[in-house]
Design a protein around this ligand. Structure first.
Ligand code: COA
Length: 172
């Protein structure tokens, strides 16, 4: 498996992946396919705003995750991790964990970046288990947050505090 930063040329593969994800596993997400029928890579292509893709040996995009650093002066120590997904056919084989670890490793190289935040539906035990094992902890929750087929599902807010490294310890 190869994990790398997606580039604009990866847009068709990204759109196909997320069209499938939102069709097939849409109940895990706060976005709906109807909102974005042709999903676009949702970040920039810089160290603080990127999307990682995991590819199989044939070059098929199996999954992706995005990270976007806050640009506001007082909030630059925080970034949002979002749109984490792995094709059902590739689930349970370590793809999600590899994407998450690489995203956190890239974030840890960013000067002054210490908090990685995410939201996850409270009924998504598989993803919560992955995030918890990677160091994310519950930092809040919002009851009745997302309407999934008429059921208002609670959203959990989780935060991972990056360890201070030579790469990220300055920059406040
Ligand atoms: C959640 C998801 C990203 C995990 O990716 P994955 O490649 O399937 O997961 P991995 O094989 O890397 O497993 C990582 C960890 O996830 C958890 N996990 C994976 N499959 C699981 C299952 N069937 N049941 C419970 N936990 C599971 C485990 O903690 C696992 O670690 P372990 O194997 O050491 O126990 C992926 O299944 C997915 O895309 N699900 C649908 C979309 C989604 O929920 N996205 C997150 C939105 S916040």
């Amino acid at each position: 498996m190869l994990i790398r930063h997606l580039q604009p040329t990866d847009q068709p593969a990204y759109a196909a992946l997320w069209h499938d994800m939102l069709s097939d596993q849409g109940d895990y997400f706060r976005i709906a396919l109807a909102d974005e029928p042709e999903p676009r890579i949702p970040t920039g292509y810089s160290a603080g705003s990127f999307t990682l893709g995991a590819f199989d040996p044939c070059g098929e995009l199996l999954g992706s995750v995005s990270l976007d650093r806050n640009r506001q002066t007082k909030l630059r120590h925080k970034a949002l991790l979002f749109r984490m997904g792995v094709r059902r056919s590739a689930a349970g084989q370590g793809v999600g964990r590899a994407l998450l670890q690489q995203a956190l490793a890239s974030a840890a190289q960013e000067s002054g970046l210490h908090h990685i935040m995410l939201t996850v539906l409270a009924n998504n035990s598989r993803a919560i288990r992955l995030y918890t094992s990677a160091g994310f902890r519950l930092s809040g929750s919002e009851p009745y947050s997302v309407n999934i087929n008429g059921n208002l599902i609670e959203e959990l807010h989780m935060t991972c505090h990056l360890p201070l490294t030579p790469g990220n310890q300055s920059g406040f």
